[in-house]
Write a protein that binds this ligand. Structure first.
Ligand code: NOJ
Length: 701
């Protein structure tokens, strides 16, 4: 029998008390809701436990909606609609034909993830619209209302008179009820999504990327995002004044926003709406639930796991991607990493700089990358055989530097080369200044595209689908943001899409607040290949050059705090072997979970997350802290009751401090039960990592 943690049982009791669904574990309890309101009343629907409600109106021919929580407004009246450049728009002159409602309560299983079972419980309202003068349906808007969030999307039937339509503007608005506190990064900036988060009033936003996180004066937390971004432009949010945010679609180089053909659906526009910061993390299932189920059939070849690789040494300039005397991806060096991986139980070895194209200005010379030709000092075939013999796999690397035509031309051969060498995961890369992706347009002219417009959205999707044909999973760096597509395409395992650890190698660093901001912002969209686990934090040279604002205990905690099914142990092998006791945590921690409980946190201050291993009864806890030391009393109610656990604790030493003494760590054990409250002492820039191993088996398990 599967046991449920008491912590998560609390949520279940609340749900049952609310009179909601029955037998959610096993079946879709889908049913028709009571008839929608009489035509005179505006169409509306409430969430299953009557927490959130949405009302739609088209009174003056313009479509709009409002959102409330416990009857208090959360989103004031906001416009909806689409404007076409070359066809009658869906923005005015609309009239309501009819609406219908239904209720869905189902539980589905993730191939891999933060949790095994995901509950999808919502009430849906479908609103069909025609032209004011009558006639056929020209637009439907579908709203799905959950207790902790809302998604809606446009469904546009074909218009025989206009088989191709260009969207010139999406009118979707999110009218906020005040000048909320916002955590955001700007859109259209050169380094794509790789910026430290700003924390400002909403009014200071010009154009923000999503997920955008907001806190209201009354203590609500909102995350605005999108789900299922397929063949469409990515949505950013423009501040149009008066606390209103409006969808701003990243355009093509010719100014079009989206090129459509026939009938189409837009991505879902989504809002998490909760009353605790940590609840944002648990409500992030919304993005997955708004995506379609697995389209890839048998995906048993996809394996979450941890990896090491020839990577950090390039970022700290110990070796180079380019060929020559400092070349990192040599046969001998790769063997060293394979040996290390095999010795310590890592499944993968990433090798960057293995293929021809890195010499000279590789960011400018994207057309020189050859994805089938290794450098002469990299014996790919011999290394594949060596890795196989040691029970590990090479992880491939395709840095395109934004040379899309060059990559797509070689794509099949590139994937086949990797597959032939036993590779099951490829890290892709698109290092190019945002807005400078070259494309030869239909008239043969060189144009430059944004990294997150429809052209690139199509490209990322194409790579994913070709890779799947070769049973290869993708870990995209410089990606399009995550919109939950891993549910439909489980081979899209991880991505970067924010400032990762690499910035600690060569920039001013990520600062102390970054890893306690990410869980409430970027990570709400999906897994991140942050590449944690830097152990060499303490040398004077490291501090001066890399300025990593983290203690050693925090680096360990990040394996729990920052979810990725592909989790790197990023530091050099010798740095791990110098600290074997701390390294033990990285060896133990899994990369696939059956449950996740976000225990506590405030955005940019601290976060505490507990996760249960998918393949054992062990629980893990990770806490990451900003620059202010903190004592947190953490109830262990997530553990199974009646079971005694041995907690293996990796905590900051008494005098640990990210700036002056980052490597001071205490490793100790303590026996605990679920009713215990564990004091967690977090140093400035610190953290704690804990493994809980059950000692006594519960009867009947
Ligand atoms: C940027 C990626 O984020 C990093 O991980 C990689 O090493 C370099 N590009 C080179 O591809």
């Amino acid at each position: 029998m599967k046991s449920r943690s008491p912590y998560c049982r609390f949520a279940l009791i609340f749900w049952l008390a609310s009179g909601a669904g029955v037998a959610a574990e096993t079946n879709p309890a889908n049913s028709a809701l009571p008839a929608p309101p009489a035509p005179a009343a505006p169409p509306s629907v409430q969430s299953p436990s009557a927490v959130l409600g949405i009302t739609v109106d088209a009174d003056d021919g313009h479509l709009g909606y409002t959102v409330s929580r416990f009857a208090e407004p959360v989103i004031a009246h906001s416009r909806l609609g689409l404007v076409f450049a070359d066809a009658p728009s869906l923005s005015e002159d609309l009239s309501l034909i009819d609406s219908s409602a239904r209720s869905v309560d189902e539980t589905w299983t993730q191939v891999w993830g933060e949790k095994e079972k995901v509950r999808n419980h919502y009430n849906e309202l479908r609103v069909n619209l025609g032209r004011a003068g009558g006639g056929e349906r020209v637009l439907s808007v579908v709203f799905r209302v959950y207790d902790d969030g809302i998604g809606f999307r446009y469904e546009v039937p074909a218009d025989p008179a206009h088989p191709q339509r260009v969207i010139a503007n999406e009118l979707t608005e999110f009218a906020m009820t005040g000048d909320h506190s916002a955590w955001w990064t700007g859109a259209y900036l050169p380094n794509r999504y790789e910026y430290l988060y700003r924390h400002t009033p909403l009014s200071a936003i010009w154009k923000a990327e999503t997920p955008l996180t907001l806190r209201t004066d009354s203590g609500l937390y909102l995350s605005l995002h999108e789900a299922a971004l397929v063949d469409y432009a990515s949505m950013t949010l423009e501040n149009v004044g008066g606390n209103r945010l409006k969808a701003d679609l990243i355009p093509w180089s010719d100014g079009s926003k989206v090129k459509t053909s026939g009938a189409f659906v837009t991505p879902w526009r989504s809002m998490e709406i909760v009353d605790r910061a940590a609840a944002l993390i648990e409500a992030a299932d919304l993005t997955l639930n708004l995506n379609e189920p697995n389209k890839q059939g048998d995906v048993s070849w996809i394996e979450p796991g941890k990896y090491v690789g020839i990577w950090w040494e390039m970022h700290i300039r110990k070796s180079s991607w380019a060929s020559g005397p400092t070349h990192g991806a040599t046969t001998a060096n790769t063997k060293k990493y394979i040996d290390f991986a095999a010795k310590y139980g890592f499944k993968g070895v990433l090798v960057e700089g293995w293929n021809v194209g890195w010499d000279g200005d590789w960011i400018a010379n994207s057309e020189l990358f050859n994805f089938t030709l290794p450098y002469p000092d990299y014996d790919f075939a011999a290394l594949a055989a060596y890795a196989k013999g040691k029970g590990v796999r090479l992880i491939g690397h395709h840095e395109t530097s934004g040379g899309i035509a060059n990559y797509e031309q070689q794509l099949d051969a590139a994937m086949a080369t990797m597959a032939d060498h036993g590779v099951h995961v490829i890290k892709t890369g698109y290092v190019k200044q945002n807005g400078l992706i070259p494309r030869i347009d239909e008239s043969g002219k060189l144009v430059h595209e944004w990294q997150h417009g429809q052209f690139m959205v199509r490209h990322y999707q194409h790579v994913l689908e070709v890779a799947a044909n070769y049973q290869i999973a993708i870990n995209t760096h410089e990606p399009i943001k995550d919109t939950g597509l891993r549910r439909s395409y489980p081979n899209w395992m991880s991505r970067e899409g924010a400032r990762g650890q690499e910035y600690n190698a060569w920039s001013e660093g990520n600062g102390t607040a970054h890893t306690s901001t990410l869980p409430f912002t970027r990570l709400l969209s999906g897994p991140m290949d942050y590449t944690p686990g830097i152990f060499d934090l303490g040398s004077k040279e490291a501090l001066r050059k890399r300025n990593i604002a983290s203690t050693l205990a925090q680096q360990l905690a990040l394996y729990v705090v920052i979810y990725s099914p592909l989790q790197m142990a990023a530091d050099l092998p010798e740095n791990y072997e110098a600290k074997p006791a701390a390294f033990q945590f990285i060896r133990d921690v899994p990369a696939d979970w059956s449950q996740t409980c976000a225990l506590a946190g405030e955005i940019g201050e601290y976060v505490v997350i507990a996760r249960r291993d998918r393949h054992s009864r062990d629980w893990y806890l990770g806490a990451s802290n900003n620059q202010h030391g903190r004592l947190l009393n953490t109830p262990l109610g997530f553990l199974e009751s009646g079971v005694r656990y041995r907690a293996q604790i990796y905590r900051d030493g008494e005098n640990a401090h990210w700036k002056t003494n980052p490597e001071a760590i205490v490793i100790e054990t303590r026996d605990v039960i679920s009713s215990d409250v564990l004091p967690l002492r977090l140093a400035p820039g610190g953290g704690v990592a804990i493994r809980f191993v059950p000692l006594v088996r519960k009867r009947g398990l």
